[in-house]
Design a protein around this ligand. Sequence first.
Ligand SMILES: [Zn+2]
Length: 308
Amino acid sequence: MTYFEFQQMFQTEQDALNFIIEKKYGDELYCPKCGTVHKKLYRQHYKPKNVYCDNCKNEFSVLTGTIFENTHLDLRMWLYAINLVIISRKGISAMQLQRELGMKSYKGAWRMMKLIREAMGKEEMNEVFEAIVEIDETYVGGKPRKKNKHDDKEDNDHFNKRGRGTSKTAIVGVKERGTGKVHAVVANKDKEGKKLTGKQLFKVLDKVCKPNTKVMTDQFSGYNILDKENDKNFVRLQVDHNVIYSMGNGIHTNGIESFWALLKRGIHGIFHHVSVAYLQSYINEFCFRLNYRNNDEAFDRLVCLAVK
Ligand SMILES: [Zn+2]
């Protein structure tokens, strides 16, 4: 929503608090101590975030268990930050957030972004894709930092190679053709030190796709696993690079490739440097934004995840 719409919707902090309570509890406000469901709220006037349970005679904060717990900031700042994350197509850095909200500390803005991203990561994508999907992998990250000059030779040799077989971080992504929704995950090495094995790739598809999904892939051998019979009856359609594009058989992975372009522009342009430890949460953020075409819907959903 625009700044004006936001201002209209959340004129006071109480409006923001009411919105959060509604998302967290619906009309079933239960006491975390004794479990009693309250139809009526007994607000503590001196502390509006606290309510009183007339069953166990305890006071509790309605923000317990949410990302807003322990905050000293006006709740409108949190909701506005959530709104900014959603409306900024390429994402927003903690530094920008600090400026937009007029926050004193960078650390506070950074923590806020971290918690908002964690909430985005709670989005579950279990067997939501069907019909046709595209799957592809990409690599991000520059040179891995040398721990010391004695780093083993093998690692150094891999420094600047491109594509499969580099020491950059691999990401696997799946895009549903019909809806354009994307799910992407960092592909870590398995127990044997291998990444992007057929098994790993299958596992990604298995999580997000319903049975009988058609899967468009390039010629990477990891996808050969799909040529075999499998429990989910996934069928592989392989892009044929020898056929002139204009033949138009519709088998391509352009959709997921354009997602990689967006993700990389975001990572290189806005965030400058993303450490591997936070990479998954940045990916979650990009997927989340893309998967909701409508900003209002995305805002509602993200507040729900933030109070989960
Ligand atoms: Zn109680």
